[in-house]
Ligand binder design. Sequence first.
Ligand code: PLP
Length: 395
Amino acid sequence: MVSKQMYALGSNRSCIREIFEFGLKRAAEVGAQNVYDYSLGNPSVPAPKEVDDAIREALATLSPIEAHGYTSAPGRNDTRDAIAENLNKRFGTQFSRKNLYITCGAAASLVSTLRALTVDENTEFIAFAPYFPEYNVFAATGGGKLVVIPPDIPHFQIDFAALEKAVNPNTQGVIVNSPNNPSGVVYTEATIQKLAEVLNAKQKEFGHPIYLITDEPYRELLYDDMKLPFVTKYYANTIVCYSYSKSLSLPGERIGYVLIPDEAADSEAVYAAIAGAARISGYVCAPSLMQHVIARCADVTPDLAPYIRNRDLLLSELTRMGYNCAKPSGAFYLFVEAPGGDAEAFCAAAQKYDLLLVPGTGFGCPTYMRISYCVDYEMIKRSLPAFEKAIAAFK
Ligand code: PLP
């Protein structure tokens, strides 16, 4: 006998993984050069040199226990101090190590936070489509549920009328992800201000805190001089879930954090509950070597030039061919309106040319499709005829 819930989660592969596996199969049949795989969000830019140097230095200078041993559950002090200092310098905040809990990436940060805030089986978390599909699973871990607000097409900001209707006494949190996966859109300052206004009013109406959970793995991947409003400055009850997976190209190393500001309601209790949720998930502590790396590299920024080059080539070529794209100002995704209006049908047709795109259905936006452009520039050039053929079939 096994848990039905866990069996279902483990045996239903995500749509993105299915497409990726299909790509591997096709690469074995027709050659990797002839498959144009835009499915996964694996950073194509190598980790910065400072990260490599920090790993080498840690291995050369630290004792085995220091380099690879257990750390305290919330993380090393020097790691948390370095992160707090970096945030305070950039955003004029006053965080210290006690506001930070180091985790195994954004997924672990979100699971711990949502679990910590789930009070009973009626608990609800709100997300805005298009959204990261794993939120459904993360919200369900503690027995709560995800409520999805339909997409604000074509700008992909927030439909506030729908939000006001959706918030109710069971709403414990609202999840935002900006820069966004899959749209690449960044929420404007006006959007964040209005969100804070709506949530403040709703907290008053229902008489309990509603936390704004900001999922920020793409925070440092911002283009065109775009400024990202740092949400804790706009709304007191903000909890930040961060990850170095994308900013330092370390997705397999599993390192990130949760930030719980002092001004958040019941901040000490929330921190303790997040520690409890991390404990029950069996994380024990985040990887020790990576905590050393972050202590030394908290100020390191990613090389964005390859992503900008990829985005610009795709955006100009696809627009010239007649595709309609949301303007991406961050992350490494293009969200494109499916020619013909049905992304499942279009992506299935594109697969005939070995062009692997992800339909927006799982992201809550079935008329769009996602292109992950964290890929080799030469692959983009080789793939352009396939994009031409795919759209021609739908004209
Ligand atoms: N949130 C979003 C929006 C993501 O796109 C991802 C990964 O792609 C995650 C969370 C999980 O990131 P991590 O690798 O840090 O767990």
